[in-house]
Write a protein that binds this ligand. Structure first.
Ligand SMILES: CC(C)(COP(=O)(O)OP(=O)(O)OC[C@H]1O[C@@H](n2cnc3c(N)ncnc32)[C@H](O)[C@@H]1OP(=O)(O)O)[C@@H](O)C(=O)NCCC(=O)NCCS
Length: 181
């Protein structure tokens, strides 16, 4: 995977969706999208909006890690706009480097079109190529849409951590899921 590389194109509901690796120049859209999702749902790992400079640093570090085959990342582009993203990042511990943690989002207005499912499938195919054998993820227990698509993609629930997330609005239980690639 290389920055900007197109991995797949698919027509979804008459729209051309390009699944591609993001580039450093995409930082602004990635920043806007991430903040839209974290402020629009209570299902993400952050709840305080991220600063533009933090996203610039994050994408730069992410593209370095991509080069070092420490992660895979794929975005979905519709009409020239990024609308979703999925990454799988290898664990750092020596004996866990064959496992990767998955994160995914699609911005409101582009959901329920199959983009999230496609992003996960592509990320898993690419993860295999860099030696990831086991994918893990965690999801807010009430996030039925996400749990359903993970199940559809072959993930199984392996645990539940009560009060695993603590937000300004209170605790949420965390479901842990995994899949062997
Ligand atoms: C979870 C998320 C990534 C899914 O992306 P998406 O592009 O909408 O996913 P898809 O279109 O591929 O699939 C959605 C599926 O959920 C189903 N669905 C939608 N709303 C639903 C609901 N309220 N309850 C149950 N199922 C629902 C759809 O019918 C579809 O299933 P199908 O493919 O069998 O028809 C997206 O909703 C999102 O970004 N949510 C906010 C952030 C988030 O929760 N990220 C995951 C954190 S772990």
């Amino acid at each position: 995977m290389k920055p900007g590389e197109a991995i797949k194109e698919k027509k979804i509901r008459g729209k051309k969706v390009i699944f591609r690796v993001p580039t450093q120049n995409d930082w602004k859209q990635l920043w806007e999208n991430y903040n839209l999702v974290i402020t629009g749902t209570e299902f993400m790992g952050m709840e305080t909006p991220v600063k533009p400079e933090d996203t610039k640093k994050w994408i730069s570090k992410t593209l370095d890690s991509l080069k070092e085959k420490k992660l895979v990342i794929v975005s979905a582009e519709v009409d020239g706009r990024l609308v979703g993203n999925c990454d799988i990042t290898k664990e750092e511990l020596e004996v866990k480097k064959h496992t990767g943690h998955l994160g995914v989002y699609v911005i409101a207005g582009y959901r329920n079109m199959g983009i999230g499912t496609e992003l996960i499938k592509i990320a898993m195919e690419e993860a295999k190529k860099i030696g990831i054998e086991v994918v893990t993820l965690d999801v807010v227990a009430e996030n039925k849409t996400a749990r359903d698509i993970y199940k559809k993609c072959g993930f199984k629930i392996v645990g539940e951590i009560e009060k695993g997330y603590k937000r300004k609005s209170g605790y949420q239980d965390m479901i842990v899921m995994m899949k062997h690639l």
